[in-house]
Design a protein around this ligand. Structure first.
Ligand code: SF4
Length: 375
């Protein structure tokens, strides 16, 4: 039986761990030892951090301290190699985290090209992998094509719970971060920009303590305009993706009610003002819904909207789900939409659906326990 810690060390950065050690009359280098044990060696129990004196370990556990790892409750393995993890936290809540060996093509054209590392030497069967990370239990944004929206929002995740998802998956997959290529996408359950401070702290932990470069991370927002502005000012930040999903306010509002608060003019204004780095592009995600937003005229509107923005577009043909009132467009419609953007010199990629059979694909994360076969 796992014991609920009164305070978790996972989520504290090296400075905070050092402060904790010094408060316990320990030399400050104990902070670095703790950080290394938690984030680099992925030690699960404080008692097993053998670099620390036993007295310090006992003193911390005596006060109810533990590392506080999340628990893998279930694994659903897709025929395409994708794994949907159900990950539980100390209070009994859970989220989903998705492991995608070889990614889903969404990285293409954004400076971390999908297949550029084929020649690297690896001990695993995969050449690179992407982890899709959740930021909240459920989501309040209510995108009409998304199963997570059906849960509502239960609570925000802490920085330790966000970074902890990555750590448990890295350990489960036995990843060596120094030699193997991992991309992170913050596109799982929840809207990261509605849990901004915890999300950003998790990013800093993953960059500084775990050792994953920020250039291999992408965060997707439904369009929380004030936080897009804050995000542009961050010294350490992932790349930005914006869920567009509509080519005019009427269509976007019907698909994403959030558009009433921050309409396309404000959203694209923030996108235009966003300070991109050298060679960086802003990604626009566009879920194609048959007969709703996937007509050639919609594609031409997207071209006009993105005029003047260094952008790339990821197209996602809807991943179906129960009670989702939309259909998946036929491949010809998806290809036609793509061609119109290509003709306007906009880099555009079609994301491969990953793990649809286990409800792991985009918009499908809702902690489904049973496995329903989808045609
Ligand atoms: S698509 Fe993302 S922002 Fe929209 S409801 Fe689903 S989880 Fe929330």
């Amino acid at each position: 039986m796992s014991i609920t810690p009164q305070f978790a060390l996972l989520g504290l950065d090296q400075q905070e761990l050092t402060k904790l050690a010094v408060e316990k009359q320990q030399p400050s280098f104990r902070g670095k030892q703790l950080a290394d044990a938690i984030y680099r060696q992925r030690v699960e129990k404080l008692a097993d951090v053998t670099t620390l004196p036993q007295s310090l370990r006992e003193s911390l556990t005596g006060e109810g301290g533990e590392i506080g790892w999340p628990t893998i409750l279930k694994r659903f393995v897709s025929q395409d190699g994708t794994i949907r993890y159900l990950i539980g936290f100390a209070d009994g809540e859970s989220v989903e985290t998705v492991w995608m060996p070889e990614g889903d093509g969404g990285e293409a054209g954004d400076g971390t090209d999908a297949y550029e590392d084929r020649a690297e030497r690896h001990s695993h069967e995969w050449h690179r992998a992407t982890i899709c990370v959740s930021s909240q239990v459920g989501c309040a944004v209510n995108c009409q094509f998304c199963l997570t929206a059906k849960l509502g929002v239960q609570r925000n995740l802490t920085a330790g719970e966000i970074a902890g998802q990555v750590l448990v998956v890295l350990r489960d997959q036995d990843v060596d971060i120094a030699t193997e290529r991992i991309n992170l996408v913050f596109m799982g359950m929840g809207e990261p920009f509605l849990n901004y401070d915890n999300f950003m702290k998790a990013v800093r932990l993953l960059v500084s303590e775990v050792g994953i470069p920020e250039s291999r991370m992408t965060v997707s927002t439904a369009g929380i305009v004030p936080r897009i502005e804050d995000f542009g000012r961050e010294a350490i930040r992932p790349k930005l993706a914006i869920s567009l999903n509509g080519s005019n306010d009427e269509v976007r509002e019907s698909v994403m009610p959030l558009n009433r608060k921050w309409d396309l003019e404000r959203l694209l204004g923030a996108a235009r003002a966003f300070p991109l780095r050298n060679r960086e592009r802003l990604t626009f995600e566009y879920v194609l819904l048959d007969g709703v937003n996937d007509a050639p005229e919609n594609a031409r509107e997207v071209v006009r909207l993105l005029n003047g923005i260094r952008a790339k577009v990821n197209l996602i043909a809807l991943n179906p789900g129960p009670d989702i009132p939309y259909e998946t467009p036929r491949p010809e419609r998806v290809n036609k939409f793509q061609q119109i953007l290509l003709d306007a010199d906009i880099p555009v990629f079609i994301r491969r659906p990953r793990g649809r059979d286990i409800y792991a694909a985009c918009g499908q994360l809702k902690r489904t326990e049973e496995l329903v076969s989808l045609s």
